[in-house]
Ligand binder design. Structure first.
Ligand SMILES: Cc1cc2nc3c(=O)[nH]c(=O)nc-3n(C[C@H](O)[C@H](O)[C@H](O)COP(=O)(O)OP(=O)(O)OC[C@H]3O[C@@H](n4cnc5c(N)ncnc54)[C@H](O)[C@@H]3O)c2cc1C
Length: 252
């Protein structure tokens, strides 16, 4: 297996007491927007590695990751202590299929994320290839508290860039938040609230959907979409829904 690549934290931004972004400088081989790599630290004599999605487009001069400190977790609390200048390891090989070439042809692209699952969608949107292909882009972000609605400046930039072609809908479940729906994504899909709020129908003939984040959200959203006639997309069995779970449903 190829060697680990040493990188360095060049900046961080804290969004809440648990949620933070790390900017990293490292010479990585090419990767695609929407992919993830593995970050690692040497902890108690062992290299501990976990998967993290790129938030930046591949054209960026740095790599950026959005992380949550998982209570009792091995790596994420340690990464949460990294400040500018700190070294870390990156895997040479990126992975993941939430990439533009994997998305089947369609008119509208729905990007549905919980928590840090918004990362790969920001990478895809910033890259621009999906914006050239799809007539409408819908970014839906489900969080518990309003402070977790990350990257507002970037999202405002997309709105300015694409006008009415781009729609952003936050959902905040644990506090009232201006402009946000007070629901989880699967419930908003099942009850038709999301489509109604955005004035769009969800139609398997024209809509393509990417799901990323919490495995409960991913499974329940897939079920809600299946009830509307959607199916999971696989290379050998084309459908309309692509997904990525951030941790195992069984252990989550
Ligand atoms: C493809 C992929 C991409 C990922 N991208 C990101 C990313 O961009 N940002 C990010 O923060 N994480 C991401 N993750 C999750 C990340 O890899 C780690 O699982 C997470 O940081 C916890 O690692 P840990 O060592 O701190 O906890 P561990 O010691 O590994 O485990 C602690 C427990 O927490 C659970 N868990 C993992 N993540 C979460 C979570 N977010 N919330 C609640 N429970 C959780 C695990 O199932 C485990 O039971 C991704 C995972 C995958 C598979």
């Amino acid at each position: 297996m190829a060697e680990w690549i040493q990188g360095r934290v060049i900046g961080r931004r804290d969004w809440s007491d648990k949620l933070f972004s790390l900017r990293v400088q490292a010479e990585l081989p090419p990767y695609q927007a929407g992919q993830f790599t593995r970050l690692a630290l040497d902890l108690a004599g062992e290299r501990v590695a976990r998967a993290y999605s790129f938030v930046n487009p591949p054209s960026s001069d740095h790599h950026e990751f959005l992380l949550v400190r998982v209570q009792g977790g091995r790596l994420s609390p340690a990464l949460g202590q990294q400040a500018a200048g700190a070294p870390l390891w990156l895997a040479p090989q990126a992975g993941g299929f939430l990439t533009e070439p994997e998305i089947p042809e369609g008119d509208r692209l729905w990007l549905l994320a919980t928590g840090t699952g918004i990362g790969p969608f920001l990478s895809l949107l910033s890259d621009g290839a999906v914006a050239r292909r799809f007539a409408r882009l819908v970014l839906v972000h489900g969080v518990r508290e309003g402070a977790e609605l990350v990257y507002p400046e970037l999202i405002a930039h997309y709105s300015r860039q694409w006008g009415e072609r781009f729609v952003y809908q936050p959902l905040v479940t644990r506090q009232a938040w201006p402009g946000a729906l007070p629901l989880r994504i699967p419930a908003a899909l099942l009850q038709g609230v999301l489509a109604q709020r955005l004035g769009l129908s969800l139609d398997p003939a024209q809509d393509r959907v990417l799901l990323c984040g919490n495995p409960d959200m991913v499974a329940d959203s897939l079920a809600a979409l299946e009830a509307l006639g959607f199916s999971r997309h696989r290379r050998r069995a084309p459908g309309q829904v692509l997904l990525e779970n951030y941790w195992s449903p069984a252990s989550g």
